[in-house]
Design a protein. Sequence first.
Length: 130
Amino acid sequence: MRFLFLISTLLAVALNASHISWYGNFDKAHQAAIKENKKLMVLLIKKDCKPCQYSIKTTFLNQPYIKDINDNYISVIVTKNQKESYPIEMLYTFEYPTLFFLDNRELFVCEPLIREVTPERLKNHLKLCR
């Protein structure tokens, strides 16, 4: 009985969790941004990057700004050296994670957030990127 209660509680929490709706392909995300007339938010990470994993878990899950991001941005997560193409010459960095903000013509809306992509920094940065 306790197990059933625990499972139903975890399921309810998971269903109510707010999260970013990520694209895994830059080209598809760009087409969606054009179609929906939204900006692009591009998170560039690399494999086996603990700060990247930490940012994804803390900054992009269950935060008050998630709805605003989903309403106004098409979000795409790109892994360094991934097989699918992305504008590497434009979204170039030695620091991970890096969060870029682009309009639907792929022009920068504001400066990227580099390294410490934390909830507080993103919340403040979103105000600058409007």
